[in-house]
Design a protein around this ligand. Sequence first.
Ligand SMILES: [Zn+2]
Length: 501
Amino acid sequence: MPGYDVQLDWAARDGVCQPCPMCRAAGPHAIHVSVHSPASPAPGAAFYRCRACDGLFAHPFVWPDYADDYGFPDYLRFYVEAGAGLAAMAEPLHRAWRPDMSTMIDVGSGVPFAADFARRMLGLDARSIDPSRYAKAGGEWLGVPVDSALLGGGSTADGKVFDLVYSSEVVEHVESPQAFLDTLARHLSPRGVLVVTTPNADFVSPSRAPLENLGLVWPGIHHALYTPGGLKAAISRAGLGHVRISVERERLVAFASHTPLSPGHGDPASIPSWLKEGAQTAASPALRMGYLYRLFQSEAGHGRRAHALDWLAQLRDAVREGTGQDITDSGAIADAAAALDARAFHEEWPYFAPLMPHLLGSVAMLETGRDLPAATTHFAHQVRICETFRGGDPLWRAEIAHLWASTLFSYGLARLMQRDHGEAVEAFERLLAGDAPAGSLSAMGRRDAGLIAQARIQLGSALIQAGRKGEARKALESARVDADAVHHPVIDGLLARCGQS
Ligand SMILES: [Zn+2]
């Protein structure tokens, strides 16, 4: 089966004289990165760095038909089951909300989860605008009407003002980002708050993994990416005098108003409550599975075993009812991922299935009720999925790719705890060497610096336990050179166990 092809070329080349779409500064602007990704909506793109605002923009750029759902026929199910970051969507809303607010609009909503959250948990009269097909169909599932139009272009909201104007991951797509921000600002009530989220141009870097960069410099989809300072200046130009930009890794979250910004009054517990309510009332199997998956994922991630297992039991029933499959059977998921391409795989399994073994393994590793053989098996299946899954745009599967390194680490740890030193050494060495099959998802995922540092320490520990003290000393001495001081006592403790050379 063919693999995935993603290439990023960072070599400096000739500039372009096109004005910057964000700040209108005249060129020449130097090329920052050329992206080649044949499975993306466009096979490649050149992104330039604006010499005035440091933002990145694609040129030339042909706008896709957004009614066409990115050319991905099953996009609604993907988005609802696994693709949408529901907590990340709701979180800025409860941070901006005040009890005196009564109306909200989500501009370019996609499936109207944000308006659903605003209605159910914040008590707002909330509406959604989005021209895409999947947004409208998703709105029918949620019982939230979606106006298939553009704000300021004949929508039912034109000329009205709202207390919360929300636009998440939209401004990077539009032809004129400034005109779009101006339109949002015009629809804000005098004491209202504008919330805009968008990718962070400063995050794009040769030191990041290919799929982390591709999520931002996405050929045929993303047009213009702001830096934090560029976004702040653009929102100020739109007439809002009070702007706060929060940098959250690859994402910028802007809060802006005509009046000074005050801390929001929302309750963080409203997000899990919203997901639970959604799971109970979901009108479609995909929606119900999607909510249950996120509840399980959240509890597993927080290490709350009993809660995680409760949600897992409900998720297992929902998946069995919807698809006939057992979502706790990591081996069956891995076998299907190896045998089928992505499209055929997802005719049988939900979109979150290729992420499940890692979560199942993580729950099996929790101290309360630790089951090391089970954890080892789940993690091994997850690594196999990361290395064999094929088909479709790799960006849609980035979450699978990002699991490879962290799962190998967890696998190594589980082996180490079982005193399988040889297996543990091999896992940590593979992780540190980046020894993933070429063209596989696993070759393109995130390698977190903190995880790498931990893997070097654990490799030393595994080598000591395997009686390979000379190699351990070498590995630990080199790890110590790069490690933060906070790790030095642990490394020194291990070095003391290596004996003299
Ligand atoms: Zn610019």
